[in-house]
Design a protein around this ligand. Structure first.
Ligand code: MN
Length: 296
């Protein structure tokens, strides 16, 4: 056991002090929040997730039996943004992300996923399969007239062929949504599992559905923390009741071993609305679960 108590671990994700962008897995914060449509504040997400992640460094993952912090892992700090400028920020995020191999991004709002997918799909050379946990479909053509706000990420990702909608599954969906937006999403071929669908079955059955959609394609995991119920993740900008319990998300993720994930993000952690760091801890733990999957 390490000699440093968890509360005194350095502030990098999982206490990692290495900042080498050539590491096999690179963590980076993306503190963008100017495209949020309701409460702001996810710019503070990366720091809160890093801080909460220090709880996770005092042992191995109790199923994968590896210590994710001991992987070939670096934390390269936060990516550069253009103050007050959504398109300018997306351009900077994309060019910064292109320098990394396997990126684990800490948001920030969900708008960061679009430039991350542009960078990754460009490198992979084909549209990606996508596992998307969220309360919201995020396929609105615009949000209040803004084309690149956080609710339009996957509208653009589908239209730009960054993701293959036939290999895209959304899990935990439950927000109010215009019927036309829902129909467009399903019409593109996206599989939607509502939060009620998840509650009505088992994590194993959900994981089987995810596997059936993703297959062996190169895949990306995007986890909006508002997929979790506000009881488990109050610290977020657009909470919706009826969501997943944190154990459900964990149980589903642990059953996704073997999928060909090439990167992930956890987004929409807004610490100002958090209570006792539970949302930040959930975000940190989901990224830790992902690393355990990758390293096992
Ligand atoms: Mn959401």
């Amino acid at each position: 056991m390490a000699e440093t108590p968890t509360y005194a671990v350095p502030f990098g994700f999982l206490g990692v002090t290495r900042r080498d962008p050539a590491a096999r897995f690179v963590v980076a914060g993306v503190p963008l929040d100017i495209g949020t449509t309701n409460r702001s504040g996810t710019r503070e997400g990366p720091a809160a997730i890093r801080r909460a992640s220090r709880m996770l460094v005092d042992g191995d993952h109790p199923q994968a039996w590896i210590d994710p912090a001991a992987l070939d892992l670096a934390d390269c700090g936060d990516l550069p943004l253009a103050l007050g400028d959504i398109p300018g920020s997306l351009t900077r995020i994309e060019s910064a992300a292109a320098a990394f191999g396997h990126l684990i991004a800490l948001g920030g709002e969900h708008g960061i996923t679009l430039p991350l997918l542009r960078a990754l799909a460009g490198r992979v050379g084909e549209p990606l399969a996508l596992v998307h946990f969220d309360a919201h479909v995020d396929t609105w053509p615009d949000n209040f007239g803004q084309a690149f706000a956080h609710g339009s990420v996957f509208y653009h990702a589908i239209r730009e062929r960054l993701v293959d909608p036939a290999r895209m599954i959304q899990v935990g969906i439950r927000s109010p949504v215009q019927r036309a937006v829902w129909d467009w999403t399903v019409g593109q071929g996206v599989t939607i599992l509502s939060a009620q669908d998840v509650h009505a079955t088992t994590p194993g059955a959900v994981a089987d559905q995810i596997r059936a959609v993703i297959g062996d394609a190169p895949a990306y995991l995007s986890f909006d923390i508002d997929a979790l119920d506000p009881a488990f993740a109050p610290g977020t900008g657009t909470p919706e009741i009826g969501g997943l319990a944190s154990w459900q998300a964990q149980a589903i993720l642990r059953r996704l071993r073997g999928l060909d994930f090439r990167g992930m993000d956890v987004v929409e952690v807004a610490p100002a609305y958090d209570t006792a760091e539970i949302t930040a801890l959930a975000g940190a733990t989901l990224a830790w679960e992902y690393l355990a999957l990758m390293g096992a």
